[in-house]
Design a protein around this ligand. Structure first.
Ligand code: R5P
Length: 387
């Protein structure tokens, strides 16, 4: 029996159940009748975790959806424990689906006596028993090389491209702020994003510019200038992560105050958004921020430290004392913002999971119009909201 003939099981850790449910919905929209496999999670008073599988995984093609976002160490450990449990329950092939890969920014020794934690996480996943990894917009593409197992690194760029194509098409049609794509420029907020920026600029048919940034600490960045022409232009700034918001906010200030940019749109895959990043963005020069749901939009209340609690995820009925998580635990943190819009990556992950299961090409998905067709209606609705 080949792997594609084996039944697929999709499980989710607790970090982004809303995305896992959306991936399942995307399968079911195509009448594939897949349910999220049941798992029970117990957290003990000393913060240890127990994960019990409530479905049969023997010999199956198992996908575990778990972003290693805040609380990062907890979510990594939960994923490792799930992989170990599946291995010991005789699971077939195990794919760790990690929409947001935490620790990716520790990917090289930028000074002496520091670890390369992105490599350590890769080693832990492989040692636990993962056979493959499916992820998105790794902070550095070469992190793939830290693994000795196959890694598929998806990108959210096609979503941004299709959205901005549609937004600018309508703005040009209505003579709203721009007359042609010559009035738009795609900007890298630092040198690390130059390649990504060039790709998006080519796809949108615009010029590009680069902001010069120095990171002074984990919380602070200094923006000293920019290269390129942004005067009277609408800027699209693209980044992989928004954490404190410092990078994009400082860049927006420089581009508007020194460069004379007319409007600033930002698109970014991973909305880490710590501290008061949302409030800072709200008060900034930025006009709109488009993020994806690789990280759950919920407020990170999660479980209170010291509680012994059992929560369940997926297709299993709660017993006495158990709480089911189906969508989000807390409030949607982006409800506090008028500027932040969220576009889902669920259909991209669904298509990639299906391709992996059926041993079909994953990259082919991105060379065809398939992805664009899948997200067209969601994009149109978002653009209606923006205009
Ligand atoms: C850095 O190289 C990344 O691509 C992001 O620009 C950075 O992580 C964003 O962090 P912050 O929002 O704290 O400036």
């Amino acid at each position: 029996m080949t792997i594609s003939e084996k039944e697929m099981v999709i499980l989710s850790g607790t970090s982004n159940v809303a995305l896992a449910e959306k991936i399942i919905d995307a399968f079911n929209e195509e009448k594939m009748r897949i349910a999220l496999g049941g798992c029970k999670f117990t957290r003990f008073p000393d913060s240890e975790i127990l994960v019990e599988l409530a479905c049969n995984v023997r010999g199956r093609d198992v996908f575990i959806i778990q972003s290693t976002s805040y609380p990062v160490n907890w979510n990594i450990m939960e994923l490792l424990i799930m992989i170990d449990g599946i291995k010991r329950a005789s699971g077939g092939r195990i794919t760790a689906v990690i929409p947001y890969y935490g620790y990716a920014r520790q990917d090289w020794k930028d000074r002496p006596r520091v670890p390369i934690s992105a490599r350590l996480v890769a080693d832990m996943l492989t040692t636990a028993g993962a056979n493959r990894v499916l992820t998105m917009d790794l902070h550095a593409e070469q992190i793939q090389g830290f693994f000795t197992i196959p890694v598929d690194n998806l990108t959210a760029r096609p979503l941004f491209k299709v959205l901005f194509d549609e937004l600018f098409r309508r703005m040009i049609e209505d003579s709203k702020e721009i007359r042609s794509m010559d009035d738009v420029v795609v900007v890298a907020p630092d040198v690390g994003r130059v390649k990504l920026t060039k790709r998006l600029a080519n796809e949108l048919g615009t010029d590009m510019a680069i902001v010069v940034k120095d990171r002074t600490s984990a919380h602070d960045v200094q923006t000293t200038g920019f290269i390129g022409d942004v005067k009277n232009k609408v800027v699209v700034m693209i980044d992989d992560i928004i954490s404190t918001g410092g990078t994009i906010i400082n860049a927006a200030n420089v581009l508007k105050e020194e460069g004379g940019a007319k409007k600033i749109f930002v698109c970014c895959t991973h909305s880490v958004m710590v501290n008061s990043a949302i409030e800072k963005i709200e008060q900034s020069e930025i006009d709109m921020v488009l993020v994806t749901d690789t990280i759950s939009p919920e407020e990170k209340t999660n479980w209170v430290f010291g509680d012994t609690e059992r929560v369940i995820v997926g297709d299993v009925e709660p017993e006495k004392g158990e709480r089911k998580i189906d969508q989000v635990l807390g409030e949607d943190r982006f409800k506090r913002s008028k500027k932040i819009k969220v576009i889902s990556v669920a259909k991209l992950f669904k298509a990639a999971i299906e391709s992996i299961h059926e041993n079909k090409s994953v990259s082919a998905l991105f060379y065809s119009n398939k992805i664009i067709d899948l997200v067209r209606s969601e994009v149109n609705a978002l653009v209606d909201e923006m205009l």
